[in-house]
Ligand binder design. Structure first.
Ligand code: BGC
Length: 515
């Protein structure tokens, strides 16, 4: 088979049709409802105890840390109260061995150490004064302590604004003794061991932070409906009606919120949508990836959508073609046909032979490659992936398959976004656009549905949002008119600012308890 035909055959396996999208949306809404009604459903639908989104007038100096994927970030955020903020931050890559450490202590002590370093570097006056004061006082007084929002982007069963136990690790983390523990208490213990003037005031999922940050900074007075991450992992948090979260009554928690906004932010944990695989697409490459992952059968939606996995899907698809003798991908004509490694131009030491060896950023590079003869793709293959002298045809095949994987991810992302928009009924008012033929309806502040997004895929994958929008238009309950009313905005550094905002809300709650 010619190379182009072989590549087209594999790319076609990733097609996700209009019918698939619509079936996906229906099932997504069903699983969202199920999660609101009972504990332990596939989609966790976790109540966050956050009942309002900010309006931009909030003020103060807060700290935030973010553990969620590849990096650990520490920041301090000055909220100016006029929808703007200043942020100082430091970032370190999380050492691989700590992601799979033997004990929680190893990871959390590392995190506390980074907070100490940050304070010494960026708030040294504050730090030194407090250390000095500590010599004469026992502990710190309220005013001397930074309130910190802890963005911890894994599924957590929250039981209060700064309390929550880890349900399961995702995204390659695996530390057995953390599961079932309160992650805020684990961090506070290590902070206290270093005598830092920091109180873990709020536990925040990155999606909730994104939602809060977008709401603080977004133009106009419309509150944001959904905060979504399409990065190393994927997930969304949205504003739900308290009365629809029926499991909260069973958990005995609803009365505390009566008389408030009538809303609560729900962390969907949609990465685990359809773990039972009733509607998700399933190519041989998806199956193999899952089987050899450290959490088979879990996070099945995430494994088809997010950055941690797309590179690995592509790697497996490419190797299947390389092994197919009838398709000349990365093939060495002058080779010894009896020795498999010498029939291919992929060097023996290439990361392409290793699990997780192909980085998802490569999908963005090749899908967006407009250079003559796909020079950029060929150079990247050669320099980063040790493929010798890849041809333009090789690069074309790689680009075709990579684009198919990226497009499928974007269309699946649209399923999640659409399900939230439809199930919350946000498009039904003020005019039912989906059933209206009024092509000239004006999109304005009153009928916009605002969505905040963050993560490497939405930010860097070429046309990710366009693909999402294309799929949204194919859903009858949204249609071209509804799609226009959906405003998607990047909430850069959302988790930092959002965590600060939640720490502020938590502080206000504490103060009103005391006064
Ligand atoms: C986690 C979520 C998180 C998402 C995005 C998923 O693996 O389960 O809690 O929001 O990644 O970071």
């Amino acid at each position: 088979m010619a190379l182009a035909a072989g590549a087209e055959r594999v790319a076609a396996e990733f097609e996700y049709t209009k019918e698939d999208v619509n079936r996906g949306v229906q099932e997504f809404i069903r699983q969202m409802d199920e999660g609101l009604q009972k504990q332990g459903a596939t989609m966790s639908q976790i109540p966050t105890y956050v009942t309002a989104v900010p309006n931009g007038t909030e003020k103060g100096l807060y700290m935030a840390v973010d553990l969620g994927g590849t990096n650990f970030r520490v920041c301090s955020i000055q909220l100016h109260g006029n929808s703007t903020f200043s942020l100082t931050q430091s970032k370190v890559k999380i050492p691989q061995q700590l992601m799979v450490a033997k004990t929680s202590h190893e990871l959390f002590a590392f995190l506390a150490k980074q907070i100490e370093l940050f304070l010494k570097t960026h708030h040294n006056d504050h730090y030194v004064t407090h250390v000095e004061r500590r010599k004469s006082y026992v502990g710190f007084t309220e005013e001397q302590v930074f309130s910190l929002g802890f963005t911890f982007s894994f599924p957590v069963q929250q039981s209060g604004i700064n309390k929550g136990t880890l349900i399961r690790w995702t995204k390659g983390f695996d530390i057995h003794d953390t599961v079932g523990k309160d992650v805020c208490a684990l961090l506070q213990k290590e902070i206290d061991a270093l005598h830092l003037p920091v109180r873990v005031a709020a536990l925040v999922n990155d999606t909730v932070g994104t939602l809060m940050a977008r709401s603080y900074t977004s133009p106009g007075k419309t509150g944001t409906l959904l905060g979504a991450i399409f990065g190393t992992g994927t997930n969304g948090a949205y504003v739900e009606k308290l009365e629809r979260i029926t499991k909260l009554k069973k958990m005995g928690g609803v009365s505390a919120f009566e008389g408030e906004t009538g809303d609560m932010i729900i962390n969907t944990e949609w990465g685990s949508f359809d773990n039972k695989m009733s509607v998700l697409p399933n190519t041989p490459y998806d199956r193999a990836l899952d089987k050899e992952s450290n959490n088979p059968g879990i996070q099945m939606f995430e494994k088809r959508v997010s950055g941690m996995f797309l590179g690995e899907i592509l790697r497996r698809a490419l190797l299947t073609l390389v092994e197919d003798k009838s398709v000349p991908l990365f093939s060495d004509e002058h080779s010894n046909q009896n020795d498999f490694h010498s029939t291919t131009t992929i060097h023996e030491a290439s990361p392409l032979w290793r699990q997780w060896g192909l980085d998802t950023s490569f999908l963005s590079i090749t899908s967006g490659d407009n250079s003559a003869g796909l020079k950029v793709t060929r150079q990247t293959l050669e320099n980063d992936y040790e493929v010798s002298a890849p041809s333009a045809e090789d690069a074309e095949a790689v680009r075709l398959i990579a684009s198919a994987i990226g497009k499928r991810a974007a269309r699946l992302s649209a399923v999640a976004i659409a399900a939230v928009v439809i199930s919350t009924g946000k498009l039904e008012k003020p005019a039912d656009i989906a059933t209206s033929n009024n092509a000239s309806l004006e999109v304005n502040e009153d009928n916009i549905v605002d969505i905040g997004v963050d993560g490497s895929l939405v930010e860097f994958y070429p046309n990710f949002e366009d693909y999402i929008r294309e799929a949204l238009r194919e859903i009858p309950q949204i249609g071209p008119q509804g799609e226009k009313r959906i405003r998607i905005g990047i909430a850069k550094d959302g988790s930092g600012v959002g965590a600060a905002l939640i720490a502020l809300v938590a502080d206000q709650g504490r103060k009103s308890e005391f006064h």
